[in-house]
Design a protein around this ligand. Structure first.
Ligand code: MLT
Length: 202
């Protein structure tokens, strides 16, 4: 079923016509990582799960970073466009509606970059432990695109101020943002799954 496209990826067809989920893994993950999460969130939706093309000490990522939380912004821009192009390519190949991104950590950050740089590429986004991907993004128009951001109150990688700044950036671009901070760290919890499922079915 999975075709040969510009990103190594997994595609799992769905049984519903609801928007497919675009699963974007964290640092060191791959295209299989978030398939169980995708199935838990929406057992009936199609799942598209690419592998990040950047390697950091052998660990796949979606863009280069200079240090933890310090991003190579030129690479963020290049990779966000590359991934948005893949979304369009896969959409044609598999005859998919515009997907809802479900990103964790580095995957959430590339999804945030796509929202700001290629707002037409996604129909929504669930950003789990996301931070600001670009200090000065161009003014985007997200036209009420729904976005759920779930942060961890004791996340050692992402200060609350940074997550809040991302919320402001997306709201300024007229996204319909819901931001929830859970009493947890960077790792995903059952509460994330519960919240994201409710948001998808709202
Ligand atoms: C990133 O590099 O995108 C963030 O620091 C999160 C991570 O992947 O560790």
């Amino acid at each position: 079923m999975t075709q040969d496209l510009s990103f190594i990826h997994r595609f799992e067809p769905g049984t519903s016509t609801a928007a497919p989920l675009l699963l974007l893994h964290g640092t060191g993950g791959d295209e299989t990582d978030l398939l169980p999460l995708g199935k838990a969130l929406a057992p009936d939706r199609a799942l598209l799960s690419p592998r990040g093309k950047v390697l950091e000490n052998g660990m796949p990522r979606f863009f280069r970073r200079l240090a933890e939380g310090v991003f190579d912004e030129q690479d963020v821009i290049k990779r966000a466009h590359e991934l948005a192009d893949f979304i369009a390519e896969a959409g044609k190949a598999y005859k998919l509606a515009k997907p809802i991104a479900v990103g964790f950590s580095n995957g959430a950050n590339i999804a945030a970059a796509i929202l700001l740089l290629r707002p037409e590429a996604l129909s929504g986004a669930i950003l789990l432990r996301a931070m600001v991907p670009l200090a000065k993004p161009p003014q985007a128009e997200l036209a009420q695109t729904p976005v759920l951001i779930v942060s961890g109150a004791s996340d050692p990688i992402i200060p609350a101020s940074n997550a809040n700044l991302l919320v402001t950036m997306l709201k300024n671009a007229h996204a319909d943002v819901q931001h929830v901070t859970l009493p947890t760290g960077h790792t995903l919890t059952q509460n994330d799954v519960t919240l994201a499922t409710k948001w998808l079915n709202r």
